[in-house]
Design a protein. Structure first.
Length: 122
């Protein structure tokens, strides 16, 4: 059996997200999987791999909206899904991203090890 290439734990996350590429913006009602390194969105679009993008996780509250903003790169776009590699994130958004993954992952200790080994985006 081939060795798993993924470096980070992936978790499904059922909140809205937006991806912006060039002048186009697409909204997804959920994130198929989310990790420290990137995400997979159920978006039907034909983006060129390598394209720069901006990704936004929308954490709607009762009185305010918290958003996690990440700069990324399109890795692939096919079969109704877009894969994004995260390339840049501000410290506050990184803190929230870490907590989302930490508390939604099946193996808390594995995620803690990932955070210790990669304190920022890799």
């Amino acid at each position: 059996m081939p060795k798993e290439k993924r470096r980070f734990t992936r978790v499904p996350f059922r909140v809205s997200a937006e991806i912006m590429v060039n002048d186009f913006s697409f909204r997804a009602e959920e994130i198929l999987n989310l990790s420290f390194g990137g995400c997979l969105l159920p978006v039907k679009a034909d983006f060129e791999p390598g394209s720069e993008c901006h990704f936004k996780i929308i954490m709607a509250g009762t009185t305010t909206e918290l958003s996690i903003l990440v700069k990324g790169e399109i890795m692939r776009s096919d079969a109704g899904a877009v894969a994004v590699k995260f390339t840049e994130i501000d410290p506050e958004s990184l803190f929230y991203l870490q907590n989302i993954i930490r508390y939604n992952a099946p193996d808390y200790e594995a995620v803690e090890q990932e955070i210790r080994n990669h304190p920022g985006l890799v």
